[in-house]
Write a protein that binds this ligand. Structure first.
Ligand code: CA
Length: 268
């Protein structure tokens, strides 16, 4: 019977996907066990330039329209942003003598990584967090190694209150390593290899990764042209929601998102 066949193939898919998730979570656990690098002594430095004390009215009005945060939340996010910029500046390398002090007017990549790990518990592969960083930081004001307030807010708006489309586009952009609009076999290989390589004892880890790529590609490549377009991805994820984060966690859990939103509405 057709429905029976469908049920069997769905069960097989679920098992295969569970395999992917297990691989990923095992490597996450391995990553978590790695000892932290020893702290580096920081030399004292001059007071750096911080963003304005108060969220500028113009920025506020613009972000009320373009993000899903209200006024109080945007003000709380701004306070947090200032603290993160201060942290980024404090951790910046000491300026070369005779050169003007290095100014980071935004959140730097290391600070961003810490927030993603600590606040949203995105204990995922470094590559994924770095890809999230790149996709947020790119754009009009991007490419300077610093995440500006509006990019920060727009990114968080998608992570915490994004529509299904926004969340899916976010994950797609993270996985589309060269930003050409397709997730290819090569990209899948890199993304999956990254999480599998940390498994000790594998004789030929690449072979396992290649098998996994073919398996996941079969699910995602709906039009069967050998690469995954946003349309393929949408159709596949609507069919099987677990595929949304098939190549690594890009979104915080609902629990962490709720907890974070709660801190925003609590007066600090
Ligand atoms: Ca691509």
């Amino acid at each position: 019977m057709a429905s029976e066949t469908k049920q069997i193939s769905m069960a097989a898919s679920a098992i295969a996907l569970r395999g992917v998730r297990l691989f990923l979570s095992a490597s996450r656990a391995a990553a978590a066990r790695r000892p932290a690098p020893p702290p580096v002594a920081k030399p004292p430095r001059k007071k750096p330039v911080l963003p304005a004390n108060k969220l500028p009215q113009k920025t506020l009005e613009q972000l009320l329209k373009t993000s899903k945060f209200n006024k109080n939340e945007l003000e709380a996010l701004y306070t947090m942003y200032r603290k993160l910029v201060a942290a980024a500046q404090a951790a910046a390398p000491a300026p070369v003598i005779g050169q003007p002090p290095l100014k980071i007017e935004g959140i730097d990549q290391n600070t961003f990584r810490d927030v993603m790990h600590n606040t949203f518990d995105l204990v995922t592969e470094e590559t994924i967090v770095d890809r999230v960083w790149t996709t947020w930081e790119r754009g009009a004001a991007g490419g300077e190694g610093a995440l500006k307030f509006d990019s920060w807010v727009k990114g968080l708006s998608v992570l915490l209150r994004g529509t299904e489309d926004e969340r899916r586009n976010h994950c797609f952009a993270v996985y589309d390593l060269n930003a050409d609009g397709y997730i290819t076999r090569d990209e899948m290989f890199l993304l999956l290899k990254n999480s599998l390589l940390k498994q000790p004892g594998d004789e030929d880890p690449d072979e396992g990764v290649r098998d996994l790529v073919e398996l996941v590609l079969r699910k995602l490549d709906v039009d069967k042209d050998g690469k995954v377009s946003p349309e393929d991805y949408k159709a596949a994820v609507e069919q099987e929601p677990l595929l949304l984060e098939a190549f690594g966690q890009c979104l915080p859990s609902r629990r962490h998102a709720t907890a974070f939103l709660k801190t925003l509405s609590t007066k600090q």
